[in-house]
Design a protein around this ligand. Structure first.
Ligand code: GDP
Length: 139
């Protein structure tokens, strides 16, 4: 049922400021079930692997430094139409452009420190979920 799953991470700024509980509550109230969850801190190198697609972008190094600056909470989530519905719940990349009531509008500090990640396709949801959880118990 890969198409009914997405992958998310609560990012270092939101974890550090104690917003993870509020964010998980919003996720569950929106109808997503948590399939896998943990709290980890990435090295800059590992963050670079996760965001390799952005390797040529000017903000790549800053993004890797930020994403390895503190613990994050990666999760695999399940719900009908998970990828699209979750992108709607989190809002636009830049919180200044995010809709009212979205997670980024409520909790993001900047276009970089934007509180939460959400996969942009079923294919990437599977790749990103496996990045953090493959090899562990079945999920
Ligand atoms: P997303 O799919 O909404 O997360 O956005 P992207 O895939 O385009 O970018 C990945 C992540 O890189 C974003 O969530 C931000 O944390 C960061 N990012 C995106 N655009 C910028 C930018 O213009 N400047 C900086 N500093 N960070 C950015």
């Amino acid at each position: 049922m890969t198409t009914n799953r997405t992958f998310t991470m609560i990012k270092p700024d939101a974890v550090a400021e104690g917003h993870s509980g509020s964010i998980i509550k919003m996720i569950e109230e929106a109808g997503f079930r948590i399939i896998a969850v943990k709290k980890v801190q990435l090295t800059a190198e590992r963050a670079g692997q996760f965001y390799a697609v952005h390797r040529e972008r000017p903000f790549y190094q800053a993004l890797c430094d930020y994403m390895s600056s503190g613990p994050i909470i990666p999760m695999i989530l399940e719900k009908d139409n998970a990828v699209a519905d979750f992108r709607k719940l989190i809002g636009a990349t830049n919180p200044a452009q995010a809709e009212e009531g979205t997670i980024r509008k409520l909790f993001a500090k900047s276009i970089e420190a934007n509180a939460i990640h959400g996969s942009d396709s079923d294919e990437n949801a599977k790749i990103e979920g496996d990045f953090f959880f493959a090899g562990l118990e079945q999920y």
